[in-house]
Write a protein that binds this ligand. Structure first.
Ligand code: SF4
Ligand code: SF4
Length: 200
């Protein structure tokens, strides 16, 4: 770790209760901080759009506030920062999470974290601050159990990955069965209970 990594972890994790923070570097040398927040229990199942948007608003707001404080600290040292929206279609946030060592993609193509499985919403910011990026081997927590293959209504998942044309007709109707069934993340249920969006 280095001083800037420590500052950012202190701000994001200790002061803003962001669940996962890591540091990465793209192949072109651009460094970034990636942050993940746990999606609350039942969010994927709820049909009430007000509840869904309210929950996402809280998650986005938590990330926004943590990033704003990080930017103001780094900018004080004359470093630049540029945020990436959690809903960016231009940036591959899952790819950034992978490079930063959070976890490999499972067969369902989601990034699998050892404790929270595929239940993280990611956001990131780029910076020219001298942060120390992750450089080790990315851990692979996928059990290769095949549960996501079996449950998929579009027969879209195979050992080779997810077929987008087969998945799309279902994902447009909010299918996320391959995420719901995934057993990775042994703290998932505890966290879900503690972070139930009803009591947020
Ligand atoms: S359901 Fe099983 S095979 Fe599919 S991503 Fe999760 S652990 Fe991997
Ligand atoms: S979202 Fe649904 S259709 Fe698409 S891969 Fe997952 S389970 Fe299959």
């Amino acid at each position: 770790m280095n001083m800037y990594n420590d500052y950012i972890i202190k701000i994001l994790v200790e002061e803003h209760s962001i669940d996962v923070v890591s540091f990465g570097e793209k192949s072109d040398g651009t460094k970034y901080v990636i942050a993940g927040v746990i999606l609350p229990k039942g969010l994927r199942d709820t049909q009430n759009l007000v509840d869904v948007s309210g929950s996402y608003f809280q998650l986005f707001n938590k990330l926004r506030k943590g990033f704003a404080q990080s930017f103001s600290l780094l900018e004080r040292y004359n470093y630049r920062c540029q945020g990436v929206s959690p809903i960016s279609v231009k940036e591959d946030l899952r790819g950034l999470a992978r490079i930063a060592g959070i976890g490999e993609r499972g067969l369902n193509r989601s990034i699998l974290h050892k404790d929270y499985g595929c239940n993280l919403l990611f956001s990131a910011f780029y910076t020219n601050a001298p942060i120390k990026p992750f450089r080790g081997k990315v851990p692979d927590y996928c059990f290769k159990c095949g549960a996501c293959i079996e449950v998929c209504p579009g027969k879209a998942i195979s050992q080779r990955g997810v077929s987008i044309p087969r998945c799309t007709p279902y994902s447009l109707r909010a299918c996320q069965k391959c995420l719901d069934i995934c057993p990775v993340g042994n703290k998932k249920e505890d966290i879900y209970e503690r972070k139930n969006f009803d009591n947020r």
